[in-house]
Design a protein around this ligand. Sequence first.
Ligand SMILES: *Cc1c(COP(=O)(O)O)cnc(C)c1O
Ligand code: SF4
Length: 462
Amino acid sequence: MIEEVTIPQSESPCAQPGGGGPLTYAFDRSEFWRTIPTWRDVDTETFGDFRWQQRNSVTSIQGIQEALGELARPALIADIEAGLLKTPMNVRLTPYIFSRIHWGNVEADPVRRQFLPLGSQFVPDHPHVMDDSLAEDSNKATPHLTHRYPDKALFLPITLCPVYCSFCTRSRVVGGSTAVKSKSTYGAKSNEWDATFEYIRSRPELEDIVISGGDALLLRPSQIRQIGTTLLEIPTVRRIRFATKGLAIMPMKFTSDIEWVEALGEVCQLGRERMKEVALHTHFNTDREITAWTSSAMKALSETGVRVRNQSVLISGVNDGFDCLHYTSKKLSSLLVQPYYVYLHDMVPGCEHLRTTVDRAEYLSRRLQGSIAGFNTPRVVCDAPGGGGKREISSYTLYDREIGVSAWTSPTAKPGEIFYYYDPIHRLPEDGQALWANEAEIKRRLAKFKAEAMAKAEATRH
Ligand SMILES: *Cc1c(COP(=O)(O)O)cnc(C)c1O
Ligand code: SF4
Protein backbone atom coordinates (compact mmCIF):
# COMPACT_ATOMS: atom_id res chain seq x y z
CA MET A 1 0.00 0.00 0.00
CA ILE A 2 1.37 3.42 -0.94
CA GLU A 3 1.92 5.82 1.96
CA GLU A 4 -0.27 8.85 1.50
CA VAL A 5 0.99 12.28 2.39
CA THR A 6 -1.23 13.49 5.18
CA ILE A 7 -2.33 17.08 5.23
CA PRO A 8 -2.50 18.10 8.87
CA GLN A 9 -5.91 19.09 10.14
CA SER A 10 -6.03 22.45 11.81
CA GLU A 11 -3.93 22.39 14.96
CA SER A 12 -5.73 22.00 18.22
CA PRO A 13 -6.76 25.12 20.12
CA CYS A 14 -5.01 24.03 23.30
CA ALA A 15 -1.38 24.67 22.47
CA GLN A 16 0.86 27.61 23.05
CA PRO A 17 2.06 29.04 19.73
CA GLY A 18 5.36 27.33 18.90
CA GLY A 19 7.11 29.66 16.48
CA GLY A 20 10.36 27.71 16.57
CA GLY A 21 11.98 29.56 19.48
CA PRO A 22 12.60 28.09 22.93
CA LEU A 23 9.38 27.07 24.66
CA THR A 24 8.50 28.74 27.91
CA TYR A 25 6.43 26.96 30.50
CA ALA A 26 3.87 29.25 32.03
CA PHE A 27 2.01 27.87 35.06
CA ASP A 28 -1.16 29.79 35.71
CA ARG A 29 -0.83 31.36 39.18
CA SER A 30 -3.91 33.53 38.90
CA GLU A 31 -7.14 33.04 40.85
CA PHE A 32 -8.75 31.83 37.65
CA TRP A 33 -11.74 30.25 39.43
CA ARG A 34 -12.99 33.71 40.39
CA THR A 35 -14.16 34.20 36.79
CA ILE A 36 -16.90 31.65 37.59
CA PRO A 37 -19.70 33.65 39.24
CA THR A 38 -20.40 31.19 42.05
CA TRP A 39 -16.73 31.10 43.16
CA ARG A 40 -16.09 34.84 42.83
CA ASP A 41 -15.39 35.16 46.55
CA VAL A 42 -13.54 31.90 47.12
CA ASP A 43 -10.02 32.48 48.39
CA THR A 44 -6.90 30.49 47.53
CA GLU A 45 -6.89 28.56 50.78
CA THR A 46 -10.46 27.36 50.35
CA PHE A 47 -9.93 26.51 46.69
CA GLY A 48 -6.80 24.56 47.64
CA ASP A 49 -8.65 22.19 49.97
CA PHE A 50 -9.52 18.83 48.36
CA ARG A 51 -12.59 18.45 50.60
CA TRP A 52 -13.94 21.74 49.30
CA GLN A 53 -13.21 20.59 45.74
CA GLN A 54 -15.12 17.34 46.35
CA ARG A 55 -18.05 19.01 48.09
CA ASN A 56 -18.40 21.68 45.41
CA SER A 57 -18.05 19.43 42.39
CA VAL A 58 -20.61 20.11 39.67
CA THR A 59 -22.74 17.02 39.05
CA SER A 60 -25.92 18.14 37.29
CA ILE A 61 -27.38 20.57 34.83
CA GLN A 62 -28.74 22.61 37.75
CA GLY A 63 -25.25 22.65 39.23
CA ILE A 64 -23.82 23.99 35.98
CA GLN A 65 -26.48 26.70 35.83
CA GLU A 66 -25.90 27.70 39.43
CA ALA A 67 -22.14 27.85 39.01
CA LEU A 68 -22.33 29.91 35.84
CA GLY A 69 -25.00 32.34 37.01
CA GLU A 70 -25.29 35.06 34.40
CA LEU A 71 -22.84 33.18 32.10
CA ALA A 72 -25.37 30.35 31.62
CA ARG A 73 -26.81 31.14 28.19
CA PRO A 74 -30.13 29.29 27.67
CA ALA A 75 -28.99 27.90 24.30
CA LEU A 76 -25.85 26.48 25.87
CA ILE A 77 -27.72 24.90 28.76
CA ALA A 78 -30.22 23.35 26.32
CA ASP A 79 -27.33 21.97 24.26
CA ILE A 80 -25.69 20.41 27.35
CA GLU A 81 -29.06 18.98 28.41
CA ALA A 82 -29.43 17.38 24.97
CA GLY A 83 -25.90 15.97 25.32
CA LEU A 84 -26.67 14.42 28.68
CA LEU A 85 -29.56 12.48 27.13
CA LYS A 86 -27.14 10.77 24.75
CA THR A 87 -24.07 10.05 26.85
CA PRO A 88 -23.27 6.91 28.85
CA MET A 89 -21.33 9.04 31.37
CA ASN A 90 -22.50 11.03 34.41
CA VAL A 91 -21.59 14.68 34.83
CA ARG A 92 -18.96 15.39 37.42
CA LEU A 93 -16.41 18.20 37.31
CA THR A 94 -14.29 19.50 40.15
CA PRO A 95 -14.32 23.29 40.55
CA TYR A 96 -10.67 23.19 39.46
CA ILE A 97 -11.37 21.64 36.07
CA PHE A 98 -14.69 23.48 35.67
CA SER A 99 -12.86 26.78 35.91
CA ARG A 100 -10.15 25.72 33.44
CA ILE A 101 -12.88 25.89 30.79
CA HIS A 102 -12.97 29.16 28.85
CA TRP A 103 -16.69 29.74 29.05
CA GLY A 104 -16.58 32.61 26.56
CA ASN A 105 -15.70 30.17 23.78
CA VAL A 106 -17.20 27.06 25.26
CA GLU A 107 -18.24 25.28 22.04
CA ALA A 108 -14.64 24.92 20.89
CA ASP A 109 -13.06 24.66 24.32
CA PRO A 110 -10.75 21.62 24.66
CA VAL A 111 -11.42 21.18 28.39
CA ARG A 112 -15.21 21.46 28.09
CA ARG A 113 -15.11 18.95 25.25
CA GLN A 114 -13.63 16.29 27.53
CA PHE A 115 -16.23 16.51 30.29
CA LEU A 116 -19.43 18.12 29.03
CA PRO A 117 -20.98 16.73 25.85
CA LEU A 118 -23.06 19.08 23.68
CA GLY A 119 -26.05 17.49 21.95
CA SER A 120 -25.25 19.47 18.80
CA GLN A 121 -21.80 17.87 18.53
CA PHE A 122 -22.85 14.19 18.71
CA VAL A 123 -22.23 11.93 15.72
CA PRO A 124 -23.99 8.53 15.41
CA ASP A 125 -21.97 5.60 16.75
CA HIS A 126 -19.92 3.56 14.31
CA PRO A 127 -21.73 0.27 13.48
CA HIS A 128 -18.79 -1.61 15.00
CA VAL A 129 -18.57 0.14 18.40
CA MET A 130 -18.33 -2.16 21.41
CA ASP A 131 -19.44 -1.59 24.95
CA ASP A 132 -16.35 -3.37 26.22
CA SER A 133 -14.00 -2.48 23.39
CA LEU A 134 -10.92 -3.84 25.16
CA ALA A 135 -12.63 -7.13 26.16
CA GLU A 136 -11.70 -6.49 29.78
CA ASP A 137 -14.68 -8.42 31.07
CA SER A 138 -13.98 -11.58 29.09
CA ASN A 139 -10.34 -11.56 30.22
CA LYS A 140 -11.32 -11.46 33.90
CA ALA A 141 -9.32 -13.69 36.21
CA THR A 142 -11.26 -12.54 39.30
CA PRO A 143 -14.19 -10.10 39.50
CA HIS A 144 -11.67 -7.26 39.95
CA LEU A 145 -8.73 -8.41 37.84
CA THR A 146 -8.17 -8.44 34.06
CA HIS A 147 -5.26 -10.70 33.13
CA ARG A 148 -4.48 -10.39 29.43
CA TYR A 149 -0.73 -10.10 29.10
CA PRO A 150 1.61 -12.80 30.43
CA ASP A 151 3.39 -10.71 33.06
CA LYS A 152 1.06 -7.83 33.91
CA ALA A 153 -2.50 -7.44 35.10
CA LEU A 154 -5.09 -4.76 35.71
CA PHE A 155 -6.74 -4.51 39.13
CA LEU A 156 -9.97 -2.47 39.27
CA PRO A 157 -10.82 -1.98 42.96
CA ILE A 158 -13.31 0.88 42.39
CA THR A 159 -15.54 2.24 39.61
CA LEU A 160 -15.99 5.78 40.90
CA CYS A 161 -14.01 8.82 39.78
CA PRO A 162 -13.70 12.41 41.01
CA VAL A 163 -14.68 13.54 37.48
CA TYR A 164 -16.37 11.77 34.59
CA CYS A 165 -14.91 11.99 31.10
CA SER A 166 -17.11 11.82 28.01
CA PHE A 167 -14.65 9.48 26.30
CA CYS A 168 -14.16 6.97 29.14
CA THR A 169 -13.17 3.57 27.80
CA ARG A 170 -14.90 1.91 30.78
CA SER A 171 -18.15 3.83 30.33
CA ARG A 172 -19.96 0.50 30.72
CA VAL A 173 -19.07 0.36 34.42
CA VAL A 174 -17.63 3.72 35.55
CA GLY A 175 -19.88 6.21 37.31
CA GLY A 176 -23.66 5.96 37.67
CA SER A 177 -26.40 5.10 35.18
CA THR A 178 -27.53 7.63 32.57
CA ALA A 179 -30.48 7.99 30.18
CA VAL A 180 -28.86 5.56 27.73
CA LYS A 181 -26.83 3.25 29.98
CA SER A 182 -27.60 1.44 33.20
CA LYS A 183 -24.66 0.21 35.27
CA SER A 184 -23.90 -1.53 38.48
CA THR A 185 -21.03 0.49 39.82
CA TYR A 186 -19.07 -0.38 42.93
CA GLY A 187 -17.18 1.56 45.56
CA ALA A 188 -13.98 0.26 47.09
CA LYS A 189 -14.66 -2.72 49.37
CA SER A 190 -11.42 -4.00 50.79
CA ASN A 191 -12.93 -7.29 52.01
CA GLU A 192 -13.65 -8.31 48.42
CA TRP A 193 -10.05 -8.06 47.22
CA ASP A 194 -8.60 -11.18 48.85
CA ALA A 195 -9.42 -13.41 45.87
CA THR A 196 -7.51 -10.99 43.64
CA PHE A 197 -4.45 -10.91 45.90
CA GLU A 198 -4.61 -14.70 46.13
CA TYR A 199 -4.74 -15.03 42.34
CA ILE A 200 -1.72 -12.69 41.91
CA ARG A 201 0.16 -14.74 44.51
CA SER A 202 -0.64 -17.92 42.62
CA ARG A 203 0.70 -16.56 39.32
CA PRO A 204 4.43 -15.85 39.79
CA GLU A 205 4.73 -14.61 36.21
CA LEU A 206 2.75 -11.48 37.19
CA GLU A 207 5.41 -8.78 37.77
CA ASP A 208 3.41 -5.62 37.03
CA ILE A 209 0.12 -4.70 38.63
CA VAL A 210 -1.88 -1.68 37.48
CA ILE A 211 -4.33 -0.39 40.09
CA SER A 212 -6.97 1.52 38.16
CA GLY A 213 -10.71 1.95 38.07
CA GLY A 214 -12.37 4.22 38.49
CA ASP A 215 -9.74 6.29 40.17
CA ALA A 216 -7.23 5.47 42.91
CA LEU A 217 -7.68 9.03 44.19
CA LEU A 218 -10.93 7.89 45.80
CA LEU A 219 -9.30 5.01 47.65
CA ARG A 220 -8.92 5.79 51.33
CA PRO A 221 -5.39 6.16 52.71
CA SER A 222 -5.83 2.81 54.50
CA GLN A 223 -6.76 1.20 51.19
CA ILE A 224 -3.74 2.69 49.40
CA ARG A 225 -1.63 1.21 52.18
CA GLN A 226 -3.43 -2.14 52.11
CA ILE A 227 -3.21 -2.58 48.34
CA GLY A 228 0.34 -1.23 48.10
CA THR A 229 1.72 -3.27 50.99
CA THR A 230 -0.03 -6.50 50.08
CA LEU A 231 1.16 -6.35 46.48
CA LEU A 232 4.75 -5.31 47.28
CA GLU A 233 4.99 -8.15 49.78
CA ILE A 234 4.26 -10.70 47.08
CA PRO A 235 7.84 -11.69 46.16
CA THR A 236 7.16 -12.03 42.44
CA VAL A 237 5.46 -8.64 42.01
CA ARG A 238 8.18 -6.20 40.90
CA ARG A 239 6.27 -3.01 40.06
CA ILE A 240 2.93 -1.47 40.93
CA ARG A 241 1.21 1.63 39.58
CA PHE A 242 -1.73 3.56 40.89
CA ALA A 243 -3.79 5.17 38.12
CA THR A 244 -5.42 8.48 38.89
CA LYS A 245 -6.65 11.45 36.95
CA GLY A 246 -6.22 13.42 40.18
CA LEU A 247 -3.19 15.46 39.18
CA ALA A 248 -5.05 16.82 36.16
CA ILE A 249 -8.38 17.58 37.81
CA MET A 250 -7.76 17.98 41.55
CA PRO A 251 -4.06 18.68 42.09
CA MET A 252 -4.77 20.08 45.58
CA LYS A 253 -5.45 16.51 46.74
CA PHE A 254 -1.68 16.03 46.89
CA THR A 255 -1.01 19.16 48.94
CA SER A 256 -4.04 19.08 51.24
CA ASP A 257 -4.80 15.39 51.84
CA ILE A 258 -1.74 14.79 53.96
CA GLU A 259 -2.88 11.34 55.09
CA TRP A 260 -3.32 10.11 51.52
CA VAL A 261 0.12 11.37 50.50
CA GLU A 262 1.64 9.84 53.62
CA ALA A 263 0.07 6.49 52.80
CA LEU A 264 1.52 6.68 49.29
CA GLY A 265 4.85 7.72 50.82
CA GLU A 266 4.85 4.62 53.03
CA VAL A 267 4.15 2.38 50.07
CA CYS A 268 7.01 4.06 48.17
CA GLN A 269 9.31 3.55 51.15
CA LEU A 270 8.46 -0.16 51.22
CA GLY A 271 9.10 -0.24 47.47
CA ARG A 272 12.57 1.24 47.94
CA GLU A 273 13.37 -1.28 50.69
CA ARG A 274 12.37 -4.12 48.40
CA MET A 275 13.91 -2.55 45.27
CA LYS A 276 10.50 -2.40 43.63
CA GLU A 277 8.97 0.40 41.63
CA VAL A 278 5.93 2.34 42.83
CA ALA A 279 4.49 4.64 40.19
CA LEU A 280 1.53 6.89 39.74
CA HIS A 281 0.02 7.02 36.26
CA THR A 282 -2.00 10.11 35.53
CA HIS A 283 -4.02 11.46 32.67
CA PHE A 284 -3.51 14.97 31.25
CA ASN A 285 -4.76 15.63 27.75
CA THR A 286 -3.89 19.31 27.21
CA ASP A 287 -1.54 21.88 28.66
CA ARG A 288 -4.56 23.86 29.93
CA GLU A 289 -4.91 21.30 32.72
CA ILE A 290 -1.39 22.11 33.99
CA THR A 291 -1.16 25.10 36.38
CA ALA A 292 0.83 26.31 39.38
CA TRP A 293 -1.37 23.92 41.40
CA THR A 294 0.06 21.04 39.36
CA SER A 295 3.59 22.11 40.02
CA SER A 296 2.92 22.31 43.80
CA ALA A 297 1.35 18.85 43.65
CA MET A 298 4.37 17.44 41.82
CA LYS A 299 6.68 18.98 44.43
CA ALA A 300 4.75 17.19 47.17
CA LEU A 301 4.70 13.94 45.22
CA SER A 302 8.39 14.03 44.37
CA GLU A 303 9.12 13.93 48.09
CA THR A 304 7.48 10.52 48.30
CA GLY A 305 9.82 9.29 45.57
CA VAL A 306 6.92 8.06 43.45
CA ARG A 307 7.58 7.93 39.71
CA VAL A 308 4.89 9.77 37.76
CA ARG A 309 3.89 9.04 34.18
CA ASN A 310 1.15 10.35 31.92
CA GLN A 311 -1.27 8.53 29.62
CA SER A 312 -3.35 10.67 27.25
CA VAL A 313 -6.23 9.83 24.99
CA LEU A 314 -6.06 11.30 21.51
CA ILE A 315 -9.26 13.34 21.20
CA SER A 316 -10.48 15.16 18.16
CA GLY A 317 -10.70 18.92 18.72
CA VAL A 318 -8.83 18.57 22.02
CA ASN A 319 -5.26 17.40 21.47
CA ASP A 320 -5.10 16.05 17.92
CA GLY A 321 -2.67 18.76 16.82
CA PHE A 322 1.09 18.32 16.94
CA ASP A 323 1.68 21.63 18.77
CA CYS A 324 -0.67 20.61 21.53
CA LEU A 325 0.75 17.12 22.08
CA HIS A 326 4.29 18.39 21.82
CA TYR A 327 3.85 21.30 24.19
CA THR A 328 1.83 19.27 26.70
CA SER A 329 4.51 16.56 26.70
CA LYS A 330 7.30 19.11 27.20
CA LYS A 331 5.44 20.95 29.93
CA LEU A 332 4.72 17.69 31.78
CA SER A 333 8.35 16.65 31.41
CA SER A 334 9.40 19.94 33.02
CA LEU A 335 7.49 18.81 36.13
CA LEU A 336 8.98 15.30 36.10
CA VAL A 337 5.79 13.77 34.72
CA GLN A 338 6.98 11.37 32.06
CA PRO A 339 4.78 11.16 28.94
CA TYR A 340 4.10 7.44 28.44
CA TYR A 341 1.21 6.69 26.08
CA VAL A 342 -1.11 8.53 23.72
CA TYR A 343 -4.01 6.17 23.05
CA LEU A 344 -6.00 6.13 19.90
CA HIS A 345 -9.55 6.62 21.16
CA ASP A 346 -11.22 3.27 21.93
CA MET A 347 -14.30 2.21 19.98
CA VAL A 348 -16.82 2.76 22.76
CA PRO A 349 -20.37 4.16 22.39
CA GLY A 350 -21.44 7.77 22.76
CA CYS A 351 -18.22 9.54 21.79
CA GLU A 352 -17.86 9.16 18.04
CA HIS A 353 -17.38 12.93 17.74
CA LEU A 354 -14.24 12.61 19.86
CA ARG A 355 -12.51 9.90 17.84
CA THR A 356 -9.99 10.34 15.08
CA THR A 357 -8.29 8.10 12.51
CA VAL A 358 -5.26 5.80 12.60
CA ASP A 359 -3.93 8.00 9.80
CA ARG A 360 -4.05 11.08 12.03
CA ALA A 361 -2.43 9.20 14.92
CA GLU A 362 0.38 8.00 12.66
CA TYR A 363 1.03 11.53 11.48
CA LEU A 364 1.28 12.72 15.08
CA SER A 365 3.52 9.83 16.06
CA ARG A 366 5.93 10.63 13.21
CA ARG A 367 6.03 14.30 14.21
CA LEU A 368 6.61 13.56 17.90
CA GLN A 369 9.55 11.26 17.30
CA GLY A 370 12.74 13.24 17.71
CA SER A 371 10.99 16.35 19.04
CA ILE A 372 11.51 15.53 22.74
CA ALA A 373 14.01 13.47 24.69
CA GLY A 374 13.38 9.87 23.72
CA PHE A 375 12.32 8.83 27.21
CA ASN A 376 9.79 11.67 27.32
CA THR A 377 8.31 10.89 23.90
CA PRO A 378 4.90 9.25 24.37
CA ARG A 379 4.24 6.08 22.39
CA VAL A 380 1.16 6.45 20.23
CA VAL A 381 -0.77 3.18 20.47
CA CYS A 382 -4.00 1.53 19.44
CA ASP A 383 -5.53 -0.72 22.09
CA ALA A 384 -6.76 -3.28 19.58
CA PRO A 385 -10.54 -3.71 19.95
CA GLY A 386 -11.53 -7.17 21.12
CA GLY A 387 -8.63 -7.64 23.51
CA GLY A 388 -5.53 -7.47 21.31
CA GLY A 389 -3.89 -5.10 23.76
CA LYS A 390 -1.77 -2.04 23.09
CA ARG A 391 -0.07 -1.95 19.71
CA GLU A 392 2.31 0.65 18.25
CA ILE A 393 0.27 2.83 15.90
CA SER A 394 2.26 1.92 12.76
CA SER A 395 2.42 -1.80 13.51
CA TYR A 396 -0.86 -2.79 11.84
CA THR A 397 -0.82 -5.68 9.40
CA LEU A 398 -2.95 -3.82 6.87
CA TYR A 399 -4.76 -0.48 6.71
CA ASP A 400 -7.38 0.66 4.20
CA ARG A 401 -7.49 4.42 4.61
CA GLU A 402 -10.47 4.83 2.31
CA ILE A 403 -12.92 2.80 4.38
CA GLY A 404 -10.93 3.40 7.56
CA VAL A 405 -10.26 -0.13 8.75
CA SER A 406 -7.01 -1.49 10.09
CA ALA A 407 -6.04 -5.08 11.01
CA TRP A 408 -3.83 -5.88 13.99
CA THR A 409 -2.20 -9.00 15.35
CA SER A 410 -1.07 -9.56 18.90
CA PRO A 411 1.50 -12.36 19.03
CA THR A 412 2.03 -12.10 22.79
CA ALA A 413 -1.46 -11.44 24.16
CA LYS A 414 -3.52 -13.39 21.60
CA PRO A 415 -1.40 -15.37 19.13
CA GLY A 416 -3.13 -16.27 15.88
CA GLU A 417 -5.98 -13.78 16.24
CA ILE A 418 -6.70 -10.68 14.16
CA PHE A 419 -8.28 -7.52 15.52
CA TYR A 420 -9.91 -4.69 13.59
CA TYR A 421 -10.06 -0.99 14.37
CA TYR A 422 -12.52 1.22 12.50
CA ASP A 423 -11.88 4.93 11.94
CA PRO A 424 -14.85 7.26 12.50
CA ILE A 425 -16.82 7.38 9.26
CA HIS A 426 -17.31 11.15 9.29
CA ARG A 427 -13.52 11.62 9.12
CA LEU A 428 -13.01 9.40 6.06
CA PRO A 429 -12.48 10.63 2.51
CA GLU A 430 -15.79 11.18 0.69
CA ASP A 431 -15.51 7.96 -1.34
CA GLY A 432 -15.05 6.01 1.88
CA GLN A 433 -18.09 7.62 3.48
CA ALA A 434 -20.14 6.76 0.39
CA LEU A 435 -19.08 3.11 0.67
CA TRP A 436 -20.30 2.94 4.30
CA ALA A 437 -23.66 4.32 3.12
CA ASN A 438 -24.07 1.29 0.85
CA GLU A 439 -24.57 -1.85 2.91
CA ALA A 440 -23.83 -4.40 0.17
CA GLU A 441 -20.74 -2.51 -1.03
CA ILE A 442 -19.19 -2.11 2.40
CA LYS A 443 -19.82 -5.77 3.25
CA ARG A 444 -18.02 -6.85 0.13
CA ARG A 445 -15.16 -4.45 0.70
CA LEU A 446 -14.73 -5.47 4.36
CA ALA A 447 -14.76 -9.17 3.44
CA LYS A 448 -12.03 -8.53 0.87
CA PHE A 449 -10.01 -6.53 3.40
CA LYS A 450 -10.27 -9.23 6.03
CA ALA A 451 -9.21 -11.94 3.58
CA GLU A 452 -6.15 -9.90 2.57
CA ALA A 453 -5.29 -9.16 6.18
CA MET A 454 -5.49 -12.84 7.12
CA ALA A 455 -3.32 -13.86 4.17
CA LYS A 456 -0.77 -11.20 5.06
CA ALA A 457 -0.70 -12.12 8.74
CA GLU A 458 -0.27 -15.77 7.80
CA ALA A 459 2.54 -15.00 5.35
CA THR A 460 4.48 -12.71 7.69
CA ARG A 461 3.62 -14.64 10.86
CA HIS A 462 3.36 -11.48 12.91
C1 LIG B 1 -2.67 -1.41 29.74
C2 LIG B 1 -2.82 -2.65 30.41
C3 LIG B 1 -1.79 -3.17 31.20
C4 LIG B 1 -0.47 -2.45 31.36
O1 LIG B 1 0.22 -2.37 30.13
P1 LIG B 1 1.51 -1.46 29.93
O2 LIG B 1 1.77 -1.52 28.46
O3 LIG B 1 2.62 -2.08 30.71
O4 LIG B 1 1.20 -0.09 30.40
C5 LIG B 1 -2.01 -4.39 31.81
N1 LIG B 1 -3.17 -5.07 31.64
C6 LIG B 1 -4.17 -4.60 30.87
C7 LIG B 1 -5.41 -5.41 30.72
C8 LIG B 1 -4.03 -3.37 30.24
O5 LIG B 1 -5.04 -2.89 29.48
S1 SF4 C 1 -11.00 9.43 35.11
FE1 SF4 C 1 -10.52 7.65 33.81
S2 SF4 C 1 -11.88 5.98 34.52
FE2 SF4 C 1 -12.69 7.95 35.33
S3 SF4 C 1 -14.19 8.64 33.81
FE3 SF4 C 1 -12.25 9.60 33.25
S4 SF4 C 1 -11.34 8.16 31.75
FE4 SF4 C 1 -12.96 7.03 32.85
